[in-house]
Design a protein. Structure first.
Lengths: 103, 676
């Protein structure tokens, strides 16, 4: 489970000890599936995003790019501002998966 | 077994959290319904309680919830429908209150004896996130797997035994829509209420709960693992239909057009369909007035009952059809899932004035009546955004202003239909622009705060529930009648008194008037004589005297004292100015209804004592601008106080709108009179 790979002291934010994963912001992801690796946002906004499923380890797919954009996550559609999407970092699905199995 | 729904008194709220043993012994059990928004929680609640439910506030707050008391299997149970939650970690004050109420941390509200979580079977994984949090409260719990009929249609299959084991509590598949599984659900809930079993926390769940890492991630991992073992089928399949519809409805251009079309259609339906019941109510109350008028001997009591009470109540109830239709249609749109799309497409535009996309629906609703619009601002999560919306709502042209607009445009453009329509539209536009401008100002000064970025779930489209919509409409209508209704009635009575006293006997009237009266009676023209008497009586009543004394205040706006009285009478209802002016111009109160042309004729030729027309173009325009922008609806203020929890905000509303209306009207008059 990806929870085990996270450092207990730093729930959010980059874990520099990990091998570098090629990640990009959700705003840049135009299509295809990816996995969320990091969520950088203000406390309240982050909480709302994560409660809806946009949190580390979840598969995410862009349904409609733009501002605001629509993503599919945990089998539901979520609309969010591009401003927030900029702070959500994703990696291509297979990359993130291999990274967690290696841990 | 069946549920017998008896009407019983609400149990007195315990001072502290009752222990499990106590409450069961006393027979009063609190069952809290919790779940994601769009999980069908309200449908389930309505199915269990129907009309028995009452809306109440959480103690000491303005956050509402619905509650009902039932007798189930010998137990007296209070069902509480908590607001929808995605997580027990709240991001808004309202969510915090709901979470506190569930956990028993809200003073005055007993902790739930049984928690009934409504889980959306078509969205299992996301719903299980909340489940993991609720289970950890270690209170007796039952999970209702709702929308199981929709899940079945999608080809989803559930391993209930596995689910029960993973959750550690009873899981009952139900469909609030068809009623399937409800009996079993009630059975499980009563069992839980009687025996108070704590959920058997599964090992996996315990592990993620103690994890200090990203709590959200851990819970979702657990939810995913549960979903993988207990559910078969692809939940995304149905989403693809909604996705296809959304390709149009969330498109930047097409989506906006669709939204405009939906709103236009909504208002057309409301205004058209409301006409029949409105005429019916008008007719009924007119008849009631005449009938009762015949029973009571002529005099003050007669006038009080027919004009004051019956007139006042009728004038208030006549708005009910529009309000009910508005709430009904909005409830259907919300239930179908469309409203989330509307908030989505409007978000960018609304951001420009500092408001969230969700604010657009109340702003539009205010074109029917500001009162239900204020009530519907509850969907706006951020308190500052909600306040800003409430403050500017009354600037939108409501139905009560329409008779005034009609009167002014007819005065100015009696034969130019196109110009009249243009002026009408300009008046609407002025209201909208003023509202958006004031919203911007408030969000940048008084209610300054970060504009929250949009995060919203777009649920699958579904066929809206008529029952839910009807129950909601009934609830809102009752709220309108009790809050606004009583206020309107009181003001109508006060204004009736001001307009009736002191009385003027015929002998006290000026000689010229008495002579005229004698002439009319001799000629047999009773109607005209009566109208003349009414005019004199109004002139010399308190209302008339107040109007005459405040004339200097309104002089810069180009109003004479009669218009001042009219503006005063508008405090009960905006459209009252039309009938007031009708009386003051000698046409009698009935004259306003019978022939608008007659009153217009009188107004067009009215002259100041010193010569010069009263209703010049400048005066008409200034009157129009005043009515567009002024706060002349005390019921709106009462509702605003209720929704905001303090008089501070409605008073601010009154203050800034009066200032705005006065200066804008004065400016209009000064500029227009110099130009013409």
């Amino acid at each position: 489970m990806s929870a085990a790979t996270l450092s207990p002291q730093a729930p959010l934010g980059p874990d520099t000890a990990r091998p570098a994963v090629e990640s990009m912001s959700l705003a840049a992801l135009r299509s295809g599936e990816a996995r969320v690796v990091r969520v950088d946002a203000e406390a309240d906004d982050a909480a709302r995003l994560m409660a809806l499923g946009v949190c580390v380890g979840r598969r995410i797919e862009v349904v409609r790019a733009g501002d605001p954009m629509i993503v599919r996550v945990v089998a539901a559609h979520v609309g969010l501002s591009a401003r927030l999407a900029v702070g959500v970092f994703v990696a291509a699905a297979d990359q993130a998966a291999s990274e967690t199995t290696a841990a | 077994m069946s549920t017998t729904l008896d009407e019983t008194e609400l149990p007195v709220l315990a001072q502290g959290c009752p222990t499990a043993g106590e409450s069961v012994a006393a027979g009063a059990v609190t069952i809290a319904l919790v779940g994601n928004p769009n999980a069908g929680k309200t449908s389930l609640f309505n199915r269990l309680t129907g009309l028995r439910a009452k809306t109440a506030n959480f103690p000491g707050t303005t956050v509402e919830h619905r509650r009902a008391t039932l007798r189930i299997d010998g137990l007296t149970a209070t069902l509480v429908d908590l607001p929808g939650l995605y997580s027990l970690e709240a991001t808004t004050a309202d969510e915090q209150i709901a979470a506190d109420a569930l956990m028993g941390k809200l003073p005055g509200m007993p902790a739930a004896d049984v928690i009934l979580q409504v889980v959306d079977a078509t969205n299992l994984e996301r719903n299980l996130f909340l489940t993991s949090q609720v289970l950890e409260l270690k209170r007796p719990m039952v999970a209702a797997l709702n929308l199981s009929d929709a899940a079945e249609r999608q080809g989803l299959k559930f391993d209930l035994a596995e689910l029960r084991q993973r959750l550690g509590c009873p899981v009952v598949p139900v469909s609030a829509r068809t009623g399937q599984g409800i009996d079993e659900l009630v059975h499980e809930v009563t069992l839980a209420a009687r025996h108070q079993p704590a959920p058997e926390i599964h090992a996996d769940l315990a592990a993620c709960g103690s994890c200090r890492g990203c709590r959200y991630s851990a819970r979702y991992d657990w939810a995913e693992s549960v979903r993988t073992v207990s559910m078969q089928g692809d939940p995304v399949r149905h989403g693809r239909i909604s996705e296809a519809i959304d390709r149009v409805l969330t498109h930047r251009v097409a989506g906006l057009l669709a939204f405009a079309a939906v709103m236009a259609l909504t208002f057309l339906v409301i205004f058209w369909a409301a006409k029949f019941p409105m005429n019916l109510i008008d007719g009924l109350f007119g008849l009631a007035g005449k009938t009762v008028g015949r029973w009571i001997p002529e005099g003050d009591l007669n006038s009080l009952v027919t004009d004051g009470i019956i007139g006042g109540v009728g004038g208030m109830l006549v708005f009910l059809p529009q309000i009910c239709l508005l709430f009904f249609v909005l409830a259907l749109l919300e239930d179908s899932g469309y409203m989330a799309r509307a908030a989505f497409v409007m978000d960018r535009l609304m951001h420009k004035v500092g408001l969230p996309g969700k604010a657009f629906v109340p702003l539009l609703s205010a074109h029917a009546c500001a009162i239900p619009a204020i009530m519907s601002t509850r969907v706006i999560e951020d308190r500052r955004d909600r306040l800003a919306t409430i403050l500017v709502l009354p600037l939108m042209t409501c139905s009560a202003r329409i008779p005034v607009y009609a009167m002014v445009t007819a005065l100015l453009f009696p034969h130019a239909a196109v110009k009249a329509a243009g002026l009408f539209t300009a008046a609407y536009a002025l209201g909208i622009i003023a509202a958006l401008a004031m919203a911007w100002i408030f969000k940048h000064t008084l209610l300054k705060g970060p504009i929250r970025p949009l995060v919203i779930e777009l649920p699958n489209y579904r066929l809206p529930s008529l029952r839910n919509a009807l129950l909601l409409t009934y609830d809102r209508a009752m709220a309108f009648i009790t809050t606004a209704g009583t206020t309107i009635l009181v003001i109508s009575l006060v204004l009736w008194a001001l307009a009736t006293y002191p009385k003027t006997a015929v002998e006290e009237m000026p000689a010229a008037v008495q002579a005229q009266l004698a002439e009319l009676t001799a000629a047999g023209d009773e109607e005209a004589a009566e109208a003349l008497v009414e005019q004199q009586e109004l002139e010399h009543s308190f209302a008339g005297r107040i109007g005459q004394s405040i004339e200097p205040v309104f002089a810069p706006l180009g109003f004479d004292w009669k218009m001042s009285v009219g503006v005063l009478s508008s405090f009960a209802a905006r459209e009252a100015i039309v009938s007031t002016l009708a009386v003051l111009y000698g046409l009698g109160a009935d004259g306003a209804e019978e022939g608008v042309d007659a009153i217009l004729g009188a107004m067009q030729t009215a002259k100041h004592p010193g010569g010069g027309l009263v209703f010049t173009t400048a005066t008409c325009l200034s009157l129009l601008v005043f009515y567009v922008l002024a706060m002349q609806c005390l019921p709106t203020q009462v509702v605003a106080r209720r929704e905001t929890g303090s008089w501070k905000w409605p008073l601010l509303q009154l203050g800034y709108m009066t200032l705005l209306a006065y200066s804008a009207a004065a400016l209009t008059y000064q500029v227009a009179s110099r130009l013409s």
